[in-house]
Design a protein around this ligand. Structure first.
Ligand code: UD1
Length: 341
């Protein structure tokens, strides 16, 4: 049994990963500043697993507070989710994004180094491929970003790569997620975005539950089979299990130095495919209308997941029907997210 520090553990992907870590027998310590998340998610994870999580309300900009966490526990490895993640907002508030995401990660790496904890799994993103030069995307293809949020992911990848070059003993794993959707099958935890959702699936589900009127489909003139954008949607439970696999391999010494790994299904789904899947799960046709392309969007993005299979022994198992059914169960049972309780 290892002790894993999870930053941002109360968030969407964080809470699902905490659940899978507990189920796999790990002990979990969460630090979160609750900027865009709720403690209720952790309370529910505890209820679902029958296990306890130590939660510390802490902002990673507080370096002293972070050192106290490493002094209190013998942390074997860290999973770093905490960070600001809204693309549009990042273009309006670049300094806030760079300061928060980069400084917090530097603090974390410094605190880890001081404590002698050298195993980190980082929440990176397919956004580091920008408009991909070819499909399916493999890990060693060109990296580029188009907005400050994406740039913080790319910079953190670069900082950690430099660290692995300079010092021995680190196990630094960058997990590049494609498009996480869905929820735990219990319907007790799920995605709870603040304000108007930026991402497709939460928007569709808020239409389904009556919080929004109609989905705007951003463009039907993309060079894709049905003209709408194509993405590699991955069930958040598959994604969470990918983190457990990465932690176990890294702690076992199988991922020395610095490694970047795509976590996706390898399948591309269009916006209309997802609307269809969601309508099936909800049991009625969900309304949508075509609107102009969203600035900064790309036509298609999906990965080659072979490296994850090879290095982690992991692959995604759950398809679009499960993604939609599970996301809908969560949204139906919690129309206002965690706020209702
Ligand atoms: C977006 C971010 C990406 C980030 C990821 C996190 C942008 C440009 N990219 O990816 O950097 O890592 O979220 O999950 O914001 N769509 C609609 N109507 C909507 C919302 C989305 O048609 O109301 C379409 C989009 O045009 C796209 C697809 O649905 O084709 C997926 O969009 P979204 O869920 O926002 O994810 P990405 O754009 O892939």
């Amino acid at each position: 049994m290892s002790t894993i520090l999870v930053t941002g553990g109360a968030g969407y992907i964080g809470s699902h990963t905490v659940l899978e870590l507990l189920t796999a027998g790990h002990r979990v310590v969460v630090v979160d500043n609750l900027d865009n998340s709720s403690l209720e998610s952790i309370r529910r994870v505890e209820a679902l697993t029958g296990k306890r999580v130590d939660v510390h309300l802490l902002d990673l900009l507080d370096r002293t507070g972070l050192d106290l966490i490493f002094a209190k526990y013998r942390i074997d490895a860290v999973i770093h989710f905490a960070g600001l993640k809204a693309v549009g907002e990042s273009t309006q508030q670049p300094l806030r994004y760079y300061h928060n995401n980069l400084t917090s990660t530097l603090h974390l790496l410094e605190a880890m180094k001081l404590a002698g904890c050298k195993t980190l799994v980082f929440s990176s993103s397919a956004t580091v491929y920008g408009d991909p030069e070819r499909l399916p995307i493999i890990e060693d293809q060109a990296l580029r970003t188009t907005n400050p949020y994406g740039a913080t992911k790319l910079w953190i990848e670069g900082i950690t790569a430099d660290l692995a070059k300079a010092e021995s003993g680190w196990n630094l794993v960058m997990l590049r997620y494609f498009n996480p959707v869905g929820a735990h099958e219990s319907g007790r935890i799920g995605e709870d975005p603040a304000g108007i959702p930026n991402n497709l699936m939460p928007f569709i589900m808020q239409v389904a539950v009556g919080r929004r009127e109609v989905l705007s489909v951003y463009g039907n003139d993309w060079p894709t089979p049905d003209g709408t954008g194509v993405r590699d949607y991955i069930h958040v439970v598959d994604l969470a299990q990918g983190h457990v696999a990465a932690i176990d391999k890294a702690l076992g010494g199988a991922l020395p130095g610095w490694t970047a790994i795509n976590l996706g299904t390898g399948n591309g789904q269009s916006v209309l495919d997802m609307v269809k899947g969601a309508s099936k799960a909800v049991g009625r046709e969900l309304p949508y209308r075509f609107s102009p392309r969203r600035p900064g969007d790309i036509a298609a993005c999906y990965c080659d997941p072979a490296k994850a299979q090879r290095l982690l022994g992991w692959k995604a198992n759950l398809g679009v029907d499960r993604m939609c059914a599970d996301h809908w169960r969560w949204q139906k049972n919690n129309p206002q997210g965690y706020a209702q309780e």
